[in-house]
Design a protein around this ligand. Structure first.
Ligand code: NDP
Length: 334
């Protein structure tokens, strides 16, 4: 596949220009471009510039408000609510970070319910941002139904990602971020685009049988990781990111979406914990560092997020590369 090399700043500029050309204001375009470029910097292709055509599709169909002005306010002690104003999630997340961090520091624990947004970015970004305030953070979100429930063979759950971050003594926080499907849908889309087979066990075709063909998986369903255990976590994520905060579950997103190819309307729940407010004083950091050290003393181990962080060290100077077809498509859309 022919690729185009780009510096991170050029990728940001290209994405911003394309989003503004398609109806975003500068605040929204900047926040979305920043989120995609952070994904590119960590070589998370499925949440990088690959998403530009989907963002543009949702702007072009009129589904998403490119000039959204998200507003945040308290609804209970320790609970904040963000009205996303029908926009994409990055600006809402950007505006929610400081108020949520401040509330968690004041009370020990605080939550932020984000509603009326269209979310398609990687969740490690928001939990990592909170962990940089010396907070532990959890984020859950659901999207359109693409994952079969345990025992079922039709899409019911979203890929329902869950991310968690923990501050480190030195360097960036530890952050894991995983879909509750065996693989994220973006990776199935990329495999379909590039003509690659997927491993058996990732999904089933429309006939309910296991398949390695990403195009059949997209017509059938992805599978939850760990069978019924992953499905139970998906159920919890739907309850927390939809039922709890008054947003759409995955099946409602599928029924309510206009299928323009962009993200669907959904909510996100973020919870932040101040480790100094749980009665363990400052010991929490020594204790967690000892935990990481003990884990890493086993050969073959690494912490979640280490692959991304290693990539992040290289990309400010090394150029990233994106498929030429994607680059041409973005230029054409601009
Ligand atoms: P992966 O299965 O690739 O990785 C999941 C986590 O496991 C990562 O934190 C990864 O760290 C870690 N990990 C991988 N291998 C190891 C290992 N050997 N030892 C320790 N940790 C390891 O991710 P998914 O495919 O499940 O999810 C991909 C992305 O898709 C996520 O960022 C998620 O937020 C996003 N997503 C977004 C949705 C949305 O609607 N906004 C919907 C669904 C998913 P590392 O990254 O360092 O490899």
């Amino acid at each position: 596949m022919t690729k185009v090399a780009l510096a991170l700043d050029d990728a940001r500029e290209l994405a911003t220009r394309c989003l503004v050309a398609n109806g975003c204001d500068k605040a929204n375009a900047g926040a979305i471009a920043d989120s995609m470029v952070r994904a590119e910097a960590d070589i998370c292709e499925s949440h990088g510039l690959f998403r530009v055509p989907g963002y543009v599709a949702a702007l072009s169909s009129g589904k998403v408000n490119g000039k959204a002005d998200p507003k945040i306010g308290p609804v209970a002690p320790g609970v904040l609510r963000m009205d996303g104003d029908g926009g994409f999630s990055p600006l809402a997340l950007e505006r929610g970070e400081e108020p949520l961090a401040a509330a968690a520091k004041e009370q020990g624990i605080a939550a932020l319910a984000i509603t009326d947004t269209y979310h398609v970015s990687a969740l490690w970004q928001e939990v990592e941002a909170l962990a940089k305030h010396n907070l532990a953070a959890l984020a859950v979100h659901t999207s359109k139904a693409v994952v079969a429930p345990a025992g079922g063979n039709k899409p019911f759950f979203g890929t329902d990602p869950m991310a968690f971050a923990w501050p480190r003594r030195d360097g960036p926080p530890m952050a894991f971020d995983q879909a509750t499907s065996v693989r994220a849908k973006g990776e199935v889309l990329i495999a379909a685009r590039d003509g690659h087979e997927m491993a058996l066990g990732i999904g089933i075709g429309p006939d309910g049988n296991p398949t390695t063909d990403p195009n059949l998986i997209l017509k059938g369903a992805l599978l939850p990781f760990g069978g019924y255990k992953g499905a139970a976590i998906g159920l919890m994520i739907e309850l927390l990111s939809a039922s709890l905060i008054g947003e759409w579950c995955a099946f409602e997103q599928s029924e309510g979406d206009n299928n323009d190819g962009g993200p669907t309307r959904g909510g996100e729940l973020l919870v932040a914990f101040d480790p100094t407010k749980f009665g363990n004083g400052e010991d929490w950091l020594d204790h967690s560092e000892a935990l990481f050290e003990r884990l890493l003393s086993q050969d073959g181990t690494r912490l979640p997020g280490d692959r991304r962080l290693a990539n992040r060290k290289r990309t400010p100077t090394e150029e990233i590369s994106i498929p030429k077809s994607l680059y041409d498509n973005i230029v054409e859309l601009t």
